[in-house]
Design a protein around this ligand. Structure first.
Ligand code: 9MR
Length: 598
């Protein structure tokens, strides 16, 4: 039996529009890909944000091993030698015992490229009014490059033919219902590839969209003006929303029309080999419905219904459909509160791909009920949100989405849970910034062994940055943005390995991410704008690697090789956090106030 896309059609205008100017596109790609604004012989001893600093921001670099006292020299963009009033603080790594010197270079306010020397070590730093513009744009545009089920025609060097059409996806026996018995073939196209692999997972997709929606809502003007040169750029919907729609269209197909439950994922039984999408031919299945996938789906569809409402012209009928499927999904979840995903129960075929499994749905109930209350104003959603509300704010992650629920209340003035959520967020931020002034890299992130693990640069560094920026916005002071910028400095080079962890940016960035297309397309440079998972002392992949990790220290346990899925993979939730974090930072100058000194 073949069942095609059910119940949902809408006209997405301009989806096949071609770029007006291929030349402009070429320039965009090369500007945003190759950004190596500093020379190739950068000193590895001087760790700094390799992308750039705002003029108003503190200019901190960290010198490893060499005592810089009396040796710091700065050359201004105009070639003049400056005598910076550098303040120097010594710090010792709690893990490796390495000595580091945290150097605040003082006022370097004029935009341009500076040369910083410490003895015979030299590096460049850029001061710019928009240091994050290109990298923020590339992080969002990455989602276009990883679209599945379409050919990529506006990707410049990264153009590729269609793969994984997903128009013939098999209903696995774990997902069977009377309308769709095992073996039924359904159509479930589009959406983004999850990560280094080619599967599509509801939990992670919904989380990724939810986080980017939250950033969009907090920075609507910024995103209304942000163009990422995608096929839909010519329509009247912000490009960020157009990109979300590409994944929402797929998500809609993951709901069983019979009962409203949502399949946990669409997957091959085993991970594909390292080859291009067009060369992949393993059968693909939708598997077991789960309460977590269904609630995440409900939450993100409720948000989508609200946010797409003004864009009926480009997406006629969508908002109403999204609202209806969200409520339906929520009902299913209420009836199946313990239907968690158990991969080991799947047989014929067994499935061994990513699990995104979780044994606690309280946070998912909270997010979904909060989003649905915001959409509909129905009392029972408020009751459910209250019943599942968290005791404290936690960093957003795919497995703990309570913060996305908190953002629903924080985004609305005078909402019933707003004050509680704001108190929780403030307490979280005050805790996060403790200890920065004695830290090794002058940042809230990176001072505890718990800051390192699978996907930590996103789930701990960027997501903590997003929380700090959220508090900064709501509290109307510039207290927390200083700390958020410090996390960005860490991410982009001021850290223990000296990597700028986003591909295509900085002078030392990952060249071999665990990403099938980047490893198989014959192009030396990986897709630009991807954040890798980062240092992971768990080293869950070490038995499969051709060489050992260079270090067991938590913040140095990183390996830039394709096989290192535990430290060097990419993923949509991680890039979503990069988009939210860096776009928010890029939007800061439009605010009426900016950084004060301490
Ligand atoms: O991000 C996930 C991380 O929290 C888990 O510890 C890890 C192991 O289960 O899986 C990560 O997610 C992977 C997913 O299961 C499959 N696609 C690649 C994802 C990133 O590694």
């Amino acid at each position: 039996m073949i069942i095609s896309d059910y119940c949902y059609t809408f006209a997405a205008t301009n989806t096949h529009a071609t770029m007006e100017s291929p030349r402009l596109f070429f320039i965009f790609c090369h500007l945003s890909l190759g950004i190596s604004t500093v020379s190739a012989q950068e000193s590895e001893a001087i760790r700094r944000n390799q992308v750039g600093y705002y003029p108003q921001q503190e200019k901190v670099v960290v010198v490893e091993g060499v005592n810089p006292k009396g040796k710091v020299r700065v050359t201004a963009p105009d070639g003049k030698t400056l005598k910076p009033k550098a303040t120097i603080r010594k710090a010792t790594s709690p893990w490796s015992g390495k000595t580091r010197y945290v150097v605040d270079l003082g006022d370097l306010k004029a935009p341009g490229s500076y040369q910083v020397s410490v003895g015979n070590q030299t590096c460049g730093i850029n001061v710019s009014d928009r240091p994050y513009r290109d990298i923020a744009k590339a992080s969002l545009r990455l989602f276009y490059l990883i679209r599945s089920g379409v050919s990529i025609e506006q990707g410049g060097d990264y153009n590729r033919p269609l793969g994984h059409p997903d128009t013939q996806v098999i209903v696995h026996n774990s997902a069977a219902s009377s309308l769709r018995p095992a073996g039924t073939v359904i159509s479930s196209p589009y959406g983004w590839y999850d990560a280094g692999d080619y599967n599509k997972y509801v939990v992670n997709s919904a989380f990724s969209i939810g986080l980017m929606f939250a950033a969009y809502e907090a920075n609507k003007e910024y995103f209304t003006e942000t163009k990422t040169d995608i096929p839909e750029s010519g329509n009247s919907t912000p490009d960020l929303l157009d990109e979300m729609m590409f994944n929402l269209r797929w998500l809609l197909t993951m709901q069983d029309p019979l009962d409203g439950g949502v399949y946990h994922k669409l997957t091959t039984p085993k991970f594909e080999d390292f080859k291009m999408p067009v060369d992949c031919h393993q059968p693909r299945y939708v598997v077991a419905k789960s309460v977590t996938a269904t609630l995440d789906f409900a939450a993100v569809m409720a948000d989508a219904a609200r946010l797409f409402e003004p864009f009926q012209h480009d997406y006629p009928g969508f908002a109403g459909i999204a609202a209806a499927v969200a409520e339906r999904a929520y009902l299913w979840a209420k009836e199946h509160p313990t239907d968690f995903y158990h991969q080991n129960q799947l047989k014929d075929p067994a499935v061994t791909t990513g699990t995104y499994a979780d044994r606690n749905a309280r946070d998912e109930f909270f997010w979904a009920a909060s989003a649905l209350y915001r959409l509909t104003g129905k009392q029972h959603y408020l009751d459910d949100a209250r019943q599942n509300q968290p005791q404290r704010f936690t960093t957003p992650s795919w497995s703990n989405v309570a913060s996305l629920g908190a953002f629903e209340w924080l985004a609305t003035d005078a909402s019933p849970l707003r004050n509680t959520m704001l108190e929780q967020l403030t307490a979280y931020c005050n805790e996060a910034i403790k200890g920065v002034d004695t830290s090794c890299f002058q940042s809230p992130y990176g001072n505890s062994p718990r800051d390192f693990g699978w996907g930590c640069l996103a789930e701990r560094c960027c997501c903590q940055g997003v929380a700090l920026l959220y508090a900064d916005k709501l509290l109307g002071s510039d207290k927390y943005r200083r700390y958020a910028l410090q996390n960005a400095d860490y991410l982009l080079g001021r850290n223990a390995t000296g990597y700028c962890y986003v591909t295509g940016f900085g002078d030392k960035s990952p060249m071999h991410p665990h990403h099938r297309p980047s490893a198989s397309d014959g192009i030396e440079r990986p897709f630009p704008g991807m954040l890798v998972g980062g240092p992971n002392p768990g080293q869950q992949d070490k038995a499969e690697l051709p060489l050992p990790y260079p270090s067991d220290f938590p913040d140095e346990s990183y390996l830039d090789i394709t096989k290192s899925y535990a430290s060097n993979e990419i993923a949509i939730n991680w890039n979503a956090s990069l988009v939210a974090f860096l776009s928010w930072l890029d939007a800061l100058p439009s605010l009426p106030f900016f950084l004060s000194t301490k």
